[in-house]
Design a protein around this ligand. Structure first.
Ligand code: UT7
Length: 329
């Protein structure tokens, strides 16, 4: 009998309606459509507008979409994990609030904060509960309202981010398909180059932190770029090698969407053709924990059972990783 593994059996998503274009950003900061497109690959991104709208609103809509598509009742979900760095509140967790809004009651739910690698960390965590036989239906949702922590006076970061949520359902499978391998890494010394300065226990919110605009993303882009290119490519190559996979064996690379140049470098290193790389950064920008499931959602109709898929991410922490998935449907 083959080993039980966790398989992704459905994908749902939510994208806010408002489209923030490069043309509009040109009116807000000293930038150009050309600079943004050449340096990042981004043309537009979605922004969640409206008083009282938070990350959990997008996460709950993605979860509802997932439940409907997979014909799953809310009462049958055993666990929900939310990957986010833009929680509604410091506590309770956005997973708790998402469950409430999506009508999922009395199950364990918690957040995972691993920035742009958050979805991979949450996916691997959810996988363990399914593989051990403890749970049968686990939802992993990646959701970020990056506009809440983006400084629209800082041209070096405000062009990069967008808002979105996307979710997957994990169920046990003995078909040989599912989440077959993973590599997760972190290096906290990287925090110097990508962080939010204030709002945590190190620097609680104060008038001074507000005046200094310290509640926004701070990024030393050049340094993060250097680490991202090397590490995302390294773990992707490593997971292929240890599973005996060559570039031609890979049906899809699903990379975190931070910068098209980082994605291109990873694909080259893996010897994977551009036509097999999921790329939607031009439409949505960097939605942090949502990028990877959002790609799976958008490409879902083109995926085939047995496809070898590599998920790869790099982000704040630093955190990074790769996951080998054999698509299950
Ligand atoms: O998802 C989490 C992980 N994050 C990442 O992976 C992001 C990694 N980093 C990057 O993607 C890139 O570093 C950026 C897209 C953020 C920046 O691209 P870059 O090619 O590294 O540009 P740079 O920071 O070296 O800046 C080049 C120039 C600078 O001007 P000077 O010093 O050469 O005069 C910047 O001030 O471009 C300037 N610049 C801009 N110009 C127009 C920076 N932002 C902008 C802008 N519009 N929006």
């Amino acid at each position: 009998m083959s080993k039980t593994v966790a398989a992704i059996t459905g994908v749902g998503a939510y994208l806010p309606d408002y489209v923030l274009t490069n043309a509009e950003l040109q009116k807000m900061v000293d930038t150009t459509d050309e600079w943004i497109q050449v340096r990042t690959g981004i043309s537009e991104r979605r922004i969640l507008k409206g008083e009282g709208k938070a990350t959990s609103d997008m996460a709950a809509k993605a979860v509802e979409n997932l439940l409907k598509k997979t014909n799953t009742a809310a009462k049958d979900i055993d666990l929900l994990i939310c990957a986010t760095v833009t929680p509604d509140m410091v506590f309770p967790s956005t997973a708790n609030i998402t469950c409430d809004k999506a009508g999922i009651r009395n199950i364990p739910s918690f957040d995972i904060a691993a920035a742009c690698s958050g979805f991979l960390y949450a996916l691997v965590t959810g996988t363990q509960f399914v593989q051990t036989g403890l749970y049968k239906k686990v939802i992993v949702v990646g959701a970020d309202k990056m506009s809440a922590i983006t400084d629209y006076e800082d041209r070096t970061t405000c062009v990069l981010f967008g808002d979105a949520a996307a979710a997957v359902l994990l169920e046990p499978s003995d078909s040989g398909c599912g989440i077959l391998d993973h590599i997760l890494r972190s290096d906290g010394s990287g925090r110097a180059f990508l962080h939010q300065k204030a709002g945590g226990s190190l620097k609680p919110p104060s008038h001074a932190t507000i005046d200094a605009r310290e509640h926004f993303v701070y990024q030393d882009g050049k340094t993060v770029f250097k680490f991202a290119v090397t590490n995302m490519a390294d773990v992707s190559a490593e997971i292929m090698e240890r599973n005996g996979l060559k570039g031609a064996d890979i049906a899809w690379l699903v990379p975190h969407q931070a910068n098209k140049r980082i994605i291109d470098a990873t694909a080259r290193r893996m010897d994977v053709d551009d036509s097999k790389v999921m790329l939607n950064i031009h439409k949505y920008g960097n939605t942090t924990a949502a990028t990877i499931p959002l790609c799976l959602w958008e490409w879902e109709n083109r995926l085939k059972k047995g496809d070898n898929i590599i998920l790869a991410a790099f982000g704040g922490g630093f955190t990074w990783g790769s996951v080998y998935v054999k698509w299950a449907y």
